[in-house]
Design a protein around this ligand. Structure first.
Ligand code: MIC
Length: 672
């Protein structure tokens, strides 16, 4: 039978012949990646699993997030990670070498591999034909210890790309178009596979943009064929041996279909405060901008920066705004330096930043109060930039360049014909001197791991009690991001290795009293709307409320990675009917009198008491997830000898699909 590419890859990583959407599967992992902001806690948890070395063929630890060294905390983490990598057999990419997503595609990702990473944008590696999935740190640690990657078998969405992009319209506009159509909830439980005659029109850099931001749809991942364009990329990277062709079979079908006619697209922009608030740029032209930021986690490849430089060459950016440019890696920095792109950007007045995540994750470059900031980044959740009343728009590099020139949001098509790019990636200098390979096996045990004073052990995991009770500590709306739970930025992210200290910032933006109230009450419950925990993979968004005593979260629906993190950290995710959600109020005393027994018995509901009112919350958990929760979390479960799944074995028990087909788009909610 004709197979699509996703099914082919998943099947190769599963001995069992078949899998059905919604069922849990355990995939053999070929590559794992960590970055520093999630890595220290993942490594500390891996250590607790008592392994002697990592069991995946390739694991890479990148240092790219916490590079603002305000004090000892971040450099202590970096030192810990370097030692830890040497001790356990992990490849270590030094600070300054670049952003994990870019580097992984440049130096490591292979077509057909299954990759898991403690960063939601691990999906970027789908650009070279891998199934690359973001997960929480503990889930990644479990994979590194030899466990399979456990996933809800996804529905596969075939996205047929037709034709080619018009002048000034970019890969960013393709992914913004998908976000416009499907929303930030529209990808949950789905893998987006790109096919069609428009695919060969896109190079690997453009495919990276699309696969990176597929995470913004809540998708499991996105994947492109491994074709001639992929081979070209691998040759330039001197990795031709890693290339293999991989395409869907002729006539392959998909669970769902989308068609995008590239030639009909126009420049798009996501308005504040969500990546799916997408409109044509022409609808917001003329809005005065105070900041333009190019590059970072997405759109920081050579072509992205070179087109911006070509637009700005010999001109000066508007005086009412500041502009930053971030290259994705040292390799890109080198190419832009040698090709003159760097000089053109500086000449125009851009501030060049180091090859690191930087402002994309609130590490510096916060915009001025109440002003408009245009960014080529992937997320514009409120306050993520570091400024509470920010107004961040997401757009392509060409829209950013046109705006930088004019000082107001500008449709790049107003600039006349699109300039051609200077000679590009013809010969990127391949220099892996900033990638450190672990010492030979026999020397690893002698490595001493340095631990700074901010590095605290992972919080202990205790079995789920028979009953849970407490106050509703907060009732939130829809689409709460993990940044609300564990905030972005230099100050809070420096506390990622010290969960107790970090937990004081939980829900800081929505309710600065939350942490104190929760701590004083000895815990309680969180009630939320649709798509709770969207965004980042950071398990800290579960660890922090857990440290404050939260053992259950009730939501209309959950984002995939966050739901996994809640379970891994022993917090029960439950779903509420609309009427029960509406009736929930902060301060109500709630009781779950039989929760342990109900989870153990496989019940699909949990009895709830809210004062004199009784209702039922839904639990949609696999057998394994129930066992993990009863043990108090994945660490406790694995330490007690719990066997999650042998790689490849499909498991009975259907998990929550969060399906957008039954789940309304924002602004269109109905009770399910
Ligand atoms: C993000 O884009 O939010 C991040 C920073 O890359 C995170 C990782 C983190 O929280 O450390 C992600 O998406 O997983």
């Amino acid at each position: 039978m004709a197979e699509n590419q996703t099914t082919k890859i998943l099947r190769r990583h599963l001995p069992a012949d078949d899998f059905r959407p919604g069922e849990e599967v355990g995939l053999r992992v070929d590559e794992a990646l960590l970055q520093d902001a999630t890595g220290t806690m993942a490594c500390l948890q891996l250590e607790e699993l008592g392994v002697d070395e990592v069991s995946v063929p390739l694991a890479v630890q990148y240092v790219d997030h916490n590079l603002i060294q305000l004090d000892f905390r971040n450099p202590d983490d970096h030192r810990f990670l370097q030692d830890f990598s040497a001790r356990y057999g992990i490849v270590y990419s030094r600070p300054g070498n670049g952003i994990c997503h870019y580097l992984h595609v440049e130096r490591f990702a292979r077509p057909g591999d299954v990759i898991v990473g403690a960063d939601s944008h691990t999906t970027t590696s789908g650009a070279v034909g891998a199934i690359a999935v973001g997960a929480g740190g503990l889930d990644v640690a479990a994979c590194m210890s030899g466990q399979p990657l456990i996933l809800e078998a996804p529905r596969v969405v075939g996205v047929e790309l037709r034709g080619c992009l018009p002048e000034w319209v970019q890969a960013k506009d393709i992914i913004l178009e998908l976000l416009r159509r499907r929303s930030v909830r529209g990808g949950v439980g789905r893998i987006f596979e790109f096919h069609g005659d428009g695919v060969p029109e896109l190079n690997v850099g453009q495919r990276m943009t699309i696969c990176n931001m597929i995470a913004e749809l809540g998708a499991t991942t996105g994947v492109f064929p491994s074709d001639e364009r992929t081979r070209e990329w691998m040759v330039l990277q001197k990795r031709q041996g890693d290339w293999q062709p991989l395409t869907p079979d002729e006539g392959a079908s998909y669970d769902e279909d989308e068609v995008i006619d590239l030639s009909s697209l126009e420049p798009l922009i996501a308005r504040p405060h969500s990546p799916d608030h997408v409109v044509p740029v022409r609808e917001v032209v003329g809005l005065r901008a105070a900041q333009v930021c190019v590059g970072s986690s997405v759109n920081s490849g050579y072509d992205d920066l070179a087109i911006v430089a070509a637009v700005l060459k010999g001109k000066t950016i508007a005086p009412n705004l500041v502009m930053t440019v971030t290259p994705g890696s040292r390799q890109i920095l080198d190419i832009i330096a040698r090709s003159g792109v760097f000089t053109d950007l500086i000449g125009a007045g851009a501030r060049m930043l180091e090859a690191a995540c930087g402002p994309c994750v609130g590490m510096g470059q916060a915009p001025a109060s109440g002003t408009v900031s245009l960014r080529t980044f992937n997320r514009n959740f409120p306050g993520r930039s570091g400024t509470q009343d920010d107004n961040v728009f997401l757009c392509s590099p060409t829209t950013a360049a046109a705006t930088a020139l004019r000082g107001v949001i500008t449709d790049p098509r107003e600039l006349g014909p699109e300039p051609s790019l200077p000679p590009s990636m013809a010969n990127p200098e391949i220099d892996d001197s900033q990638i450190l390979w672990p010492p030979p096996k026999e020397d690893r045990r002698a490595v001493v791991i340095s631990r700074g004073p901010n590095i605290k052990p992972p919080p202990p995991q205790a079995p789920l009690p028979d009953a849970l009770q407490g106050d509703v500590l907060i009732v939130t709306g829809d689409d709460v991001s993990t940044g609300d739970l564990a905030p972005d930025g230099a100050v809070v992210m420096a506390l990622r290795s010290n969960v107790d200290a970090m937990s004081s910032f939980t829900f800081r933006r929505l309710d600065p009293t939350f942490a104190t109230r929760a701590r004083d009450a000895g815990g309680g419950f969180i009630v939320a709307g649709w798509n709770y925990g969207q965004g980042s993979s950071r398990e800290h968004a579960a660890l922090a409320p857990k440290a404050l005593g939260v053992r259950a979260v009730f939501a209309r629906s959950f984002a995939r990675i966050h739901r996994g993190n809640l379970i891994a950290q022993g917090i029960v995710p439950l779903t509420l009917e609309g009427t029960d959600y509406e009736a929930a109020q902060q301060g109500q005393a709630w009781r779950m009198p039989r929760v342990r027994q109900e989870l153990a018995s496989g019940s699909g509901t949990v009895d709830m008491q809210a004062g004199s009112r009784s209702f039922r919350a839904r639990v949609n958990l696999s057998v394994r997830e129930r066992e993990v929760l009863l043990a108090g979390g994945l660490l406790a479960y694995l330490k007690a000898g719990g066997k999650p799944l042998s790689a490849g074995k499909a498991m009975s028990g259907v998990v929550d699909q969060g399906s957008p087909i039954t789940q309304p788009a924002p602004g269109d909610e109905q009770d399910s």
